[in-house]
Design a binder for this molecule. Structure first.
Ligand code: ZN
Length: 416
């Protein structure tokens, strides 16, 4: 896999005729704002390419796409980087299960992901970086952390010393230990200084893939990948010196809520161990998507894939609309009923937009933008749209369907 610059085509964005206020977001570390006209740096944790793209992924990338669109509409610049975890335990396990080569599996699933993102009109990252292309950076970062006193060995594996950062844990220690064990950690391993210490470099075992490095032949742990990719591609950090006068190195790290711990915590403290500086101003997390009342998960085998919906002839605008009907931070349920309702809504909106006379639009556009500015309140934005559709249906006139169609496309990515 290669490092890709703008991996899929970006949708068009037309500017709005209404003011775009600052974007206020709720982060796990409190509220923060993106000022209009400013440069923002956003790092989004990408897929492990063996099972792309289910609706949970789609909802997550859609959320950060709204932030990206909003900041651009506010006259600002969004530097956006995303990784691909193309070497990890689950990918190797799936490749072994399916008797396929792990690299072809990763390439196939990444291509599928790019096609799904294109169909869903999601802006591409400026840099889309596979973990396997970052081995030199990982080695250098580990060396730097070692110099700073954060690295120790267990057998031939290298571990990160987390003890200096325990007061920053997002949940009580006991809870963190339980989650760590569930999500790829090894709290029980003999020889570790603290059960929460994550592995940085895994010495090669059996026939697993590995890379030569100054730390031996092996492969990186999970969290270090996002630490180094964000530093290299968003900050230009070479792991040798302080590089910025900004209070934090980047503005936003984002992903699904299951990444709060250990992944986002570990990548942030590792960045601090490398640079001595705070990582992100905000950490924004999306809720889960369930199916018919149950949590959607690989283990339950009830994942709904975007590509399957598209194959079944579902209009991507319907998928996008259905995912926007609830707030991104809420856990949401997917169902055939939800898809049916969204399909009907989209038909109704299209009918309203195609009328010669429509209800006034400038205020509706302003209301939609203001709603998005309040921590991406998409239910309020869609309510304003529904009110406009009803007013149009009842014969109110004075607006421009072109104005609202352009705003829906630009701000919400809904191309009706
Ligand atoms: Zn990550």
């Amino acid at each position: 896999m290669e490092i890709l610059n703008s991996p899929w085509p970006n949708p068009a964005l037309s500017s709005l005729d209404v003011p775009v206020p600052a974007l206020n977001l709720v982060s796990t570390s409190g509220e923060f704002a993106m000022e209009p006209g400013s440069i923002q740096r956003m790092y989004i944790c990408g897929i492990t390419p063996y099972d792309a793209t289910h609706l949970g992924h789609a909802a997550t990338y859609l959320t950060f796409d709204l932030i990206n669109r909003y900041q651009r509409l506010a006259g600002g610049e969004m530097k956006f980087v995303e990784n691909i975890t193309d070497i990890d335990e689950p990918l190797l396990e799936r490749a072994a299960r399916d008797s396929t080569d792990w690299q072809s599996l990763a390439q196939r699933e990444t291509d599928l992901f790019a096609a799904d993102m294109t169909a869903l009109r999601i802006f591409a990252p400026e840099w889309f970086v596979p973990a396997t292309q970052t081995m030199d950076l990982v080695a250098l970062a580990i060396t730097r952390m070692h110099e700073n006193g954060y690295v120790y060995k267990v057998d031939n594996d290298l571990y990160f010393r987390v003890s200096g950062f325990l007061d920053e844990l997002p949940y009580p220690l006991e809870e963190c230990l339980a989650i760590f064990a569930e999500r790829g950690g090894d709290p029980e391993r003999i020889g570790k200084e603290h059960p929460l210490d994550p592995v940085l470099w895994i010495a090669n075992r059996n026939d697993e893939p590995g890379w030569e490095s100054v730390h031996g032949f092996g492969r990186p742990g999970w969290h270090i990948e996002c630490a180094v990719i964000s530093l290299r591609y968003l900050v230009g950090e070479d792991f040798r010196a302080r590089v910025t006068e900004r209070a934090t190195l980047i503005d936003l790290q984002g992903g699904g809520r299951d990444l709060i711990f250990p992944h986002h915590y570990m990548s942030a403290v590792q960045v601090k161990a490398i640079t001595g500086q705070e990582f992100a101003r905000g950490y924004v997390h999306t809720g889960f998507i369930g199916l018919d009342g149950e949590k959607m998960s690989k283990s339950k085998g009830n994942l709904v894939f975007v590509s399957k919906l598209l194959e079944a002839g579902i209009d991507p605008v319907v998928i996008r609309f259905a995912l926007l009907t609830d707030h991104y931070s809420q856990d949401r349920m997917w169902s055939d009923e939800r898809l049916r309702v969204a399909t009907e809504e989209v038909v109704r909106i299209r009918a309203a937009l195609s009328r010669n006379e429509v209800a006034p639009t400038t205020q509706v556009v302003a209301t939609i933008v203001e709603a998005l500015g309040r921590n991406l309140d998409t239910p309020a934005a869609l309510q304003a749209l529904t009110d406009w559709v009803e007013a149009t249906e009842s014969g109110v006139t004075g607006g421009s369907s072109g104005e609202i169609a352009r705003a829906l496309d630009s701000a919400l990515g809904l191309a009706f």
